[in-house]
Design a protein around this ligand. Sequence first.
Ligand code: SF4
Length: 269
Amino acid sequence: MSRERSQMTLDLDWGQGRRLLWVDGVNSAVMAHLVLMDDPDAIPVHCDLGTSVHEDSHRFVNDLEQWYGKEIVRLRSEEFANIDEVFERRKYLSGMNGAPCTGYMKFDPRELFERPSDLHHWGYTADKLDAKRFDGMLADYPFMKQRAPLIEMGMKKRDTHALLRQHGIRRPIVYDLGFPNGNCIGCVKSSSPNYWALIRKEFPEVFERRADQCRRFGARLVILGRTKDETGKTVNIRGFLDEIPADQSTKVRGADFGGCGFHCKSEAA
Ligand code: SF4
């Protein structure tokens, strides 16, 4: 064997890598628009969660294609048509180990599509909690090339919504119903009683289904209150969805929980 060439050397040409623009809700939609103005060859990509999201969210993605003047690549799970199929198969909703829906319907299709050389662009905004979520992504995936253009530009959620309005693009209807993001209807990442009370009001069938899943799989998804433990530390009182009081407020604060990025796993608790 020749000693001139190390066996550790691989002749791989990774090229310059693609610029992937992960499009989902309002913030990422605006992020992709801004990057595409600078680089029309960047590739908008969307994880299609099928019937898990409101049908108007699909209309939104179609409208974005018209706005961008180019196709949005849609990635779908090869195994699951929607999040309910994941929950029923796994008999698990969300907990310390995260939410399985994200893994099966977002991580797996993304991993099949991405290359190590890709540069990923996310829609995290300069709002404090969102910027923190991006810090989490950088910490969790140090070998992934990532940028958050809206943070770099100092753009907040109010700016992205205003820009979309200026361009005449109708945001997904769920925002107008009072939801803070375009996540799946009945997103298991949320532990907010207000969020679930809003789901109960707007989408009673989904609420009933999720409440039944909670009981069957033993998932105390919602934080019903707070108390002190024996050491004086504040701890959450968790409960089932059907334990939420009938008069629970339906006002959801934007900061209650973020959009469904690829970070749901570490946010779910
Ligand atoms: S939005 Fe919520 S329910 Fe949907 S995939 Fe993400 S974590 Fe799961």
